[in-house]
Every structure is written in structure tokens, then in C-alpha cells.
Ligand binder design. Structure first.
Ligand code: CMP
Length: 143
């Protein structure tokens, strides 16, 4: 079993796509073990996207992710990190394959609906950054 962090970004919340996309993760077999809606502040946004600091799109990305509430979750399941990223598709919605979440709903590099951790190390770091210990279930939902 593996855990991963997902962020339903402001475009996803604004377009009322959170439920539909969460359903796709659940249908694939992933369990929700943490979930909340929050307004991200600049400090958290900069920490989360630290690896992109200095890139041309960094300021726009920080402005975007702090512009309106996001829904952030922890999903658990077999190979959860790879499963989420495969369902999401390529970062750039224009290039993402039809049938993937971004391929079906995004045509933007920045406004690509959902973030998913890219490695076990990132998942551990990101879950600790976004959730307090008591906010993530310590059990795996049955079934
Ligand atoms: P995410 O998976 O959250 O990881 C980094 C984010 O940066 C990415 O999704 C996009 O939202 C954004 N991003 C990556 N590349 C670009 C780009 N070339 N232009 C604008 N935004 C980008």
C-alpha cells in the first residue's frame, strides 16, 4: 500500500470537477484517507513548489494556486503514486492523451486541474507539509 498527495487546484474547484475527478480515483481502487478544502497562503505554495523557484512560470503558478481555495487529499492504494499520475496524464493539458483527466478536461500547462506527487519521497514530504498527523486516517478503509 502506498499513499500520495493530490491537490484539486483552483481551476478544478471553480469548474465543479472535484467530485467527478475524485470518483475516477476511487473507481480505480484508491481510498480517500485525508481530504479538506483550504485557502493556500504564499508560504505554503512556495514551499510546495520550491523545485520550480526561478522558472519563468513560477510567479504565475504561485499566483494561481493561491488565487482561490483548493481541495487537498491523501489517497491510498496499490502503487497509488503511479496510478494517480497515469490517470492524470501529461502535465500539459494540450498534450495529455484523451481518456486521461487532463486530456479530457484541460487545455493548459498551468491550469491542469490536479497535482499528484511524483515519487515516494515527494509524497512523504508533501503529505507532511499539507496535513497534520491527526488529519490523515491511520487505517486503510475496508473493501
Ligand atoms: P503540477 O503537477 O502541480 O507541478 C508543477 C506545476 O507547474 C504543474 O502541475 C503546472 O500547474 C505548472 N507548470 C508546469 N510547467 C508549466 C509551464 N511551462 N507553464 C506554466 N505552468 C507550468
Amino acid at each position: 500500500m502506498q499513499r500520495t498527495l493530490v491537490i484539486f487546484k483552483p481551476d478544478c474547484v471553480h469548474r465543479r470537477l472535484v467530485g467527478q475527478i475524485l470518483s475516477r480515483f476511487e473507481a480505480k481502487g484508491l481510498a480517500v484517507v485525508g481530504l479538506k478544502l483550504i485557502q493556500v497562503d504564499r508560504a505554503l505554495a512556495e514551499k510546495h513548489y520550491a523545485e520550480h523557484a526561478g522558472k519563468p512560470f513560477f510567479e504565475g503558478l504561485i499566483g494561481f494556486i493561491t488565487s482561490a481555495p483548493v481541495v487537498v487529499g491523501v489517497l491510498e492504494g496499490n502503487e497509488a503514486i503511479t496510478v494517480v499520475r497515469t490517470l492524470l496524464g501529461a502535465t500539459n493539458g494540450v498534450a495529455a492523451a484523451p481518456g486521461t483527466i487532463r486530456g479530457d478536461y484541460s487545455s493548459s500547462k498551468q491550469n491542469n486541474l490536479v497535482h499528484g506527487s511524483d515519487s515516494p519521497e515527494s509524497a512523504e514530504r508533501e503529505i507532511a507539509m499539507w496535513f497534520k498527523a491527526g488529519e490523515v486516517a491511520s487505517f486503510t478503509p475496508a473493501g
